[in-house]
Write a protein that binds this ligand. Structure first.
Ligand SMILES: Nc1ncnc2c1ncn2[C@@H]1O[C@H](COP(=O)(O)OP(=O)(O)O)[C@@H](O)[C@H]1O
Ligand SMILES: CC(C)(COP(=O)(O)O)[C@@H](O)C(=O)NCCC(=O)O
Ligand SMILES: [K+]
Length: 307
């Protein structure tokens, strides 16, 4: 989904102007997109409106962010990011099926690429302000109608990106640190949504807030646990996973009651696991889901066209 549907608008923003100084071989402007979630960082390198590469990293130490600001070239910058992240990069590859920090054989640039930042972690936003060419996206830049002031920018961007790419009405399910549902109607107006603890957070809470429950970790290829379990680990897996999937199914049915032709897109670190489970338990739902990890980047690309 790296191609465009709408013709690009006339570039007027400082971001786009700045981007002109950072050209790739074929002359497109190179820019970085960073989404800061509650667990980790999500990166994309764009050439103009084409997504060149997307990858995940852990949060970077403040000292490394300062070092990034000193980078002379894009290559230096990408090297600094990836040098801190070997372990995470492998995990990211495993999770996203191939995305990893781009290796530094990109065209050498004369200045740092602009960084478009969307964050739901204010303390992290603050430390990225040191990057010289950063532009923080705010909610009022997302053209969705009917948003409430404290709506997460990640939810707004993902919904906007999904709707502009596949059409409205659109429901976005983000299976990340939290599980969120965020929907808009055919008029691109927010219908609303829901927030609950994500899979990892549910397991972590049970492990941390009880006297006898172990910390359960689920691998992304795990098969479904027995529904009625006869040991503690499987009892936790059963309780969390079946209610999680049942909750997703229930929200989807409620969505289709409201909008029988409404579309559904799913993203987030647990999307693959969830899709695998849904294919077994509710295949008629699974076949209707658009699985797309980069929804927020599609949203950012749309915003950039408006700047
Ligand atoms: N390599 C990984 N690193 C961290 N979390 C992962 C990874 N692979 C899968 N996950 C799952 O994804 C969840 C985080 O979701 P994600 O969408 O990546 O983060 P965020 O909420 O920061 O946007 C974790 O709670 C975990 O269940
Ligand atoms: C709900 C969220 C915590 C999701 O963050 P994530 O799990 O993706 O890291 C984030 O979108 C947020 O802080 N939202 C503000 C509250 C709201 O959207 O209503
Ligand atoms: K997210």
């Amino acid at each position: 989904m790296a191609s465009l549907r709408d013709a690009p608008r006339t570039p007027t923003s400082s971001l786009r102007d700045a981007a002109r100084t950072t050209n790739g071989t074929s002359g497109e402007k190179i820019w970085l997109a960073l989404e800061i979630g509650n667990t980790r960082l999500h990166w994309a390198l764009f050439r103009g409106e084409i997504l060149d590469n997307a990858w995940n990293t852990e949060y970077l130490p403040e000292s490394i962010i300062c070092q990034l600001a000193q980078s002379q070239t894009l290559d230096d910058l990408l090297l600094t990011i990836s040098a801190t992240q070997n372990k995470t990069r492998e995990q990211a590859q495993e999770q996203t099926g191939g995305s990893s920090p781009p290796s530094p054989h990109l065209p050498t640039s004369s200045s740092l690429p602009p960084l478009l930042l969307a964050s739901v972690v204010p303390s992290q936003t603050a430390i990225w302000e040191t990057y010289p060419n950063v532009r923080v996206i705010t909610l009022n830049e997302v053209p969705l109608k009917g948003m409430y002031p404290t709506l997460g920018i990640d939810r707004a961007l993902a919904l906007w990106g999904a709707g502009k790419t596949w059409g409205f009405p659109m429901l976005v399910i983000d299976a990340g640190t939290t599980l969120t549902f965020t929907a808009a109607d055919a008029n691109q107006c927010l219908v609303g949504g829901a927030i609950l603890p994500g899979l990892g957070l549910q397991f972590a809470t049970l492990g941390q807030k009880t006297g006898q429950l172990p910390l359960v970790e689920i691998s992304k290829n795990a098969s479904l646990p027995p529904r009625f379990a006869l040991n503690t680990k499987e009892a936790i897996e059963s309780g969390v996973i079946y209610t999680f999937l049942g909750g997703i199914k229930d929200f989807i049915q409620a969505w289709w009651n409201l909008f029988p032709n409404g579309k559904i897109a799913i993203k987030g670190g647990d999307r693959t696991l969830i899709i695998n489970y849904l294919q077994v338990l509710y295949p008629e739902i699974a076949t209707h889901l658009i699985v797309e990890p980069n929804l927020i980047f599609w949203g950012m690309r749309e915003i950039i066209k408006l700047l």
